[in-house]
Design a protein around this ligand. Sequence first.
Ligand code: NAD
Length: 341
Amino acid sequence: MRILVTGGAGYIGSHTLLELLGEQHDICVLDNYSNSSPEALSRVRLLTNADFLDVKADIRDDNALMNIFQDFQPEAVIHFAGLKAVGESGKVPLTYYENNIRGSLSLLKAMETVGCRRIVFSSSATVYGEPQYLPYDEAHPCAPTNPYGRTKYFVEEILKDWATSSFKNSAVLLRYFNPAGAHSSGSIGEDPNGIPNNLMPFISQVAVGKRDQLNVFGGDYDTRDGTGLRDYIHVSDLASAHMAAVNYSAAHTGVEAFNIGTGKGATVLEVVKAFEEASALRIPYVISPRRSGDIAASVADPKKAQELLGWKAKLTLNNMCQSAWKWQSQNLEGYGNPPEN
Ligand SMILES: NC(=O)c1ccc[n+]([C@@H]2O[C@H](COP(=O)([O-])OP(=O)(O)OC[C@H]3O[C@@H](n4cnc5c(N)ncnc54)[C@H](O)[C@@H]3O)[C@@H](O)[C@H]2O)c1
């Protein structure tokens, strides 16, 4: 299948490329490298011994999109491109709405011009907001508590309208829980810009001495040890969920949302302990006050993905820590070159 992958040079996109190329799909990556490096794509080529098109472009650039769609004529789109930092989204909400929502609209318009009918969208567990019950199932009400989460929620709503506007359209919404880890080779992984927002890359940077200690935000939550509990999902499992979603969209029209998680939660201190075991290093940490907007616990009910997509997470928290450590220790400076703008 000809598949356009927006944001394909990013953390989750690059891991998904390995799956797609392994299945011999014809790929075109579109990325503006605002939060990634072309080096990730070079490493994907080395790992797979397969080639694919890549175009440096912004999803908000209608002309560039039109040209790419006319030339490549994709049969499906996997849409990763977007800004993803919850905290930053509160400071520059318009930038988030502009990038994530306008970018998605431009993409859908370009899809329409060439009759491309299938999209798999990177949504997020943040669409649920404060849990009314746990684990979250897909019927849980959506009430995101920050601008980033609202961009995901609004794009989901736009995709629902688009999918119901023609009986040929198909939209698969993947609500990721907490992606972590890296490819088992250690040659691709998460390479955050500046201070990492996510726990695992932060711990990894403490482990290699780039940061002094981990701040654990909140030690008095109603969880096993008082620290926040999340459903960590290995990025390679997440990548394989995209293969399942693409296959599902080839066989089903309409719109469907799926939780992509393991159904198991780990606390911050449990992740620290697992990372210490994987790296044989001690991770210094301090318990700091809670961060506003953080919730105590977030866990997926992943049954629907298992039943309809035939997908289930296979890898463990230990696998996530081992692979994250391998990536970080082999690539002290990540991909090495700062992202372009
Ligand atoms: N990593 C997570 O914790 C997480 C959790 C839930 C959902 N998501 C979503 O999954 C998607 C991928 O996340 P990721 O962790 O791989 O992030 P990432 O930042 O590594 O990848 C996103 C990619 O999109 C590109 N991009 C951003 N804006 C663009 C634009 N306007 N035009 C073209 N390219 C653009 C970036 O350069 C980057 O390569 C995002 O949409 C994110 O919101 C991520």
